[in-house]
Design a protein around this ligand. Structure first.
Ligand code: NAI
Length: 688
């Protein structure tokens, strides 16, 4: 039974049991409406407690129903039925009350929650706004400012904050159901609070909407839903309840059918599929209760923090005692940052640090389950590390490399037990960035691969399986992006115009600003390695900037100039002169922002088709996850592959052909041409 009703003296308890998260599927909605009808006419009942079985309160709508026409009873009617019930309903919240779950709770007369519970309206994260009165009832309960914050960001609040802003009536310590029943008995006979639908719109400061609109649009970067959510809140605070409800519903339905919401649903499902690849179903991962990192530099310290944050005791091995101390200092800096940002208390940070042992003694690794190497990007250095590891580690320990550009198979060559080796490519800063590329070699055992995915789950990261090639999935596409960006410069575009076009497309920064931030030497190092392999990488301007010592912000100049102590990029005359020299003899074209963005994004898609055909990525959706979580591609566009499919593959190929005619891109590869014929990218993945 999805909904059951039990009675304890004069209190009825309605329990929703719809695993895994009690989402508001049609059966749940119908069950709630029926429960209201049953209990309204039942004598001897003073109040109704609404509770959920399993790990959470109602955690939202059933996202899988979004692509189908809405089915009655509609959620606004369910909330209205609870709100106008003859008996007061009391929401007893544990886990999360999200989206429709919180809207149901707002229909209740009272809301109670355990300390750890979260309450939120995260619809904007799916390109939507609440559609069952969330934007209309919430400001009537907590005021406009708190509602703007919750609805436009979609970020949930924890129970103590919910109590402080008036979203809940009480935090329950101990047994939630017992506490809720006691609350029901305590309030029996009192007059219930005025339903939110009958309360007046809250008073607001005169400039609140203007200020909020400026803030929200600055953050939204082209995304529609947060501003539409704000408009709905404004309607809620300036119109009467029925008019505001109608406005909200209309907005909700139009967003539900939007390409942005479909793109965000695509990402939502891709993220949920990623940690559990079907090909590893039934394969048991190896033990993962202790971890070690070799190398305590930028990446090693971040990886050690990520392991530690997931609760593992961590050993950090460096070259010598002094380097070990530096590694520990890097970790301290990470945790000081967490304290400064309010993510950890000083005591929590100390406890994390206390669980990390830094040493130069490999013998400490004899019982470790997982070792991740993050030493210099040098084949000989890495091989020497793995030789030592294979001598000291237990034979079933998983050994991983964080290499960016070396071939993991070459690193593992000669390793005893090569089946326990794989690539685990983290992104910087490793304790923050969600992406983890998992790179098996031909020798990697299935249970070792499964351990890579289990690690991602443990660390809360998004794993994507990648095959071996220069740069795996993400950096291989990045290489194309950088080359494209330079190509544009040689044909008349400026760094500032290219960066502005990519920001307008929705990226947090453009390719030149990003290089200045990360340092131009990283790409130079990659090009050097490529030349050693006999390739001829394309970066005429980038090479000259590196040769001139312009490595980015850290040298106060890269693609832009930077005043001392200032990170604002200023167009550089020196760079303009170098570009002009390198561009001599080439046609000077004029571009609008859309064409510039096309010249960056469409070649990404072209390269991604090659990646799919070669089996370097298993699914187009995986490439989307890599670009979104590793490189700031706008989530609301669904990633480059989803963007291409939504725009139409024929149009992508046509635009790419036009760019190619002007010498601005390579023409569509055979993979893209095949995808155009098939109408999707799945035809490229049949190699598996
Ligand atoms: P880094 O230079 O900051 O750190 C390397 C550390 O390894 C140094 O602390 C060094 O003392 C230590 N080390 C060197 N040889 C050692 C040995 N034999 N035993 C123990 N420790 C040793 O370098 P970074 O940036 O942390 O990179 C490390 C690895 O991570 C490289 O393979 C790099 O390609 C990869 N990577 C780097 C990313 C980045 O954004 N920096 C992103 C993803 C991967």
């Amino acid at each position: 039974m999805t909904i059951t009703i039990t009675r304890q003296a004069s209190i009825a308890v309605v329990t929703v049991d719809h695993p895994p998260v009690n989402a508001l599927a049609r059966a749940v909605r119908q069950g709630l409406v029926d429960a209201v009808a049953t209990l309204d006419t039942e004598p001897g009942i003073d109040a109704v407690v609404l509770t959920c079985a399993g790990r959470t309160f109602i955690a939202g709508a059933d996202v899988s129903e979004f692509d189908k026409p809405p089915e009655a009873p509609h959620l606004p009617d369910v909330v209205a039925a609870i709100e106008t019930a003859a008996k007061p309903w009391i929401a007893a919240i544990h886990g999360s009350a999200l989206g429709g779950g919180l809207e149901i709770a707002l229909g209740c007369a009272y809301r109670l929650a355990v300390t750890g519970a979260s309450l939120g309206l995260p619809e904007v994260k799916l390109g939507l706004i609440p559609g069952a009165g969330g934007t209309v009832r919430l400001p009537r309960l907590v005021g406009a400012a708190a509602a703007i914050d919750m609805v436009t960001t979609g970020t949930p609040v924890k129970a103590p904050k919910a109590l402080a802003i008036g979203l809940i009536d009480r935090v329950i310590e101990g047994d939630l159901l017992a506490g809720a029943i006691a609350f029901g008995q305590e309030t029996a006979g009192q007059s219930a609070p005025v339903p939110l639908s009958s309360r007046p719109a809250p008073e607001t400061a005169p400039d609140i909407w203007e200020k909020a609109a400026a803030q929200v649009s600055a953050k939204a970067k082209g995304e529609a839903a947060p501003l539409r959510a704000l408009a709905s809140l404004q309607a809620a605070c300036t119109r009467d309840f029925p008019a505001a409800m109608a406005f909200e519903r209309e907005t909700f339905l139009s967003l539900r059918a939007s390409s942005e919401a479909a793109a965000l649903r695509h990402v939502f499902f891709a993220e949920r599929a990623a940690p559990r690849p079907p090909e590893l179903a039934g394969v048991t991962a190896r033990a993962l209760s202790t971890g070690a990192v070799i190398g305590g530099g930028t990446m090693g310290a971040g990886i050690a923090a990520a392991l530690r944050d997931a609760g593992l005791p961590v050993v950090l091995i460096e070259r010598d005692r002094e380097a070990a101390d530096r590694g520990l200092a890097n970790l301290r800096a990470i945790y000081d940052g967490s304290v400064k940002r309010g993510r950890l208390t000083p005591a929590e940070a100390e406890a994390r640090l206390a669980g990390i042992t830094a040493s130069d003694d490999y013998a400490m690794l004899s019982e470790t389950h997982l070792v991740i190497e993050a030493v210099f990007e040098d084949l000989a250095v890495k091989r020497a590390v793995f030789e030592r590891l294979s001598a000291v580690c237990r034979p079933d320990a998983v050994l991983a490399t964080n290499t960016s550009y070396l071939d993991p198979a070459e690193i593992a060559a000669g390793l005893r037990n090569p089946e326990r080796f794989l690539g685990l490519h983290f992104f910087s800063p490793a304790h923050v960035m969600k992406l983890l590329e998992i790179v098996p070699t031909d020798d990697t055992a299935q249970d070792v691969l499964a351990t890579g995915f289990a690690l991602a789950r443990l660390l809360g990261k998004i794993p994507v399986r990648a095959g071996i090639c220069d740069g795996f999935i993400g950096n291989r596409i990045l290489k194309v992006t950088r080359a494209q960006a330079e190509r544009l410069l040689l044909n008349g575009a400026t760094p500032a115009a290219v960066d502005a076009a990519m920001r307008a497309f929705g990226l947090p920064m453009g390719p030149f600003e990003a290089q200045d931030l990360g340092g131009l030497d990283i790409a130079a190092f990659q090009r050097k390695a490529a030349r050693a392999r006999g390739e001829t990488p394309f970066a005429p301007v980038g090479e000259r900037l590196c040769a001139a010592g312009r490595l980015g912000q850290k040298t106060h100049g890269g693609w832009y100039d930077y005043a001392a102590g200032n990170r604002t990029p200023q167009p550089s005359e020196t760079v303009a002169a170098i570009i002009a020299e390198e561009a001599a003899g080439r046609p000077h074209l004029s571009f609008d922002a859309e064409r510039l963005a096309d010249a960056i994004v469409l070649p990404m898609v072209n390269e991604a088709c090659r990646i799919l055909e070669e089996g370097v990525a298993l699914r187009a959706g995986d490439i989307d996850l890599v670009k979104i979580h590793g490189y700031g591609f706008p989530r609301w566009r669904g990633g480059p592959m989803r963007y291409a499919e939504a725009r139409g593959l024929a149009d992508i190929a046509k635009s790419l052909t036009e760019l190619a005619a002007d010498g601005l891109a390579d023409p569509p590869c055979t993979g893209l041409q095949r995808a155009v014929v098939a109408g999707n990218f799945s035809c490229l993945t049949t190699h598996a």
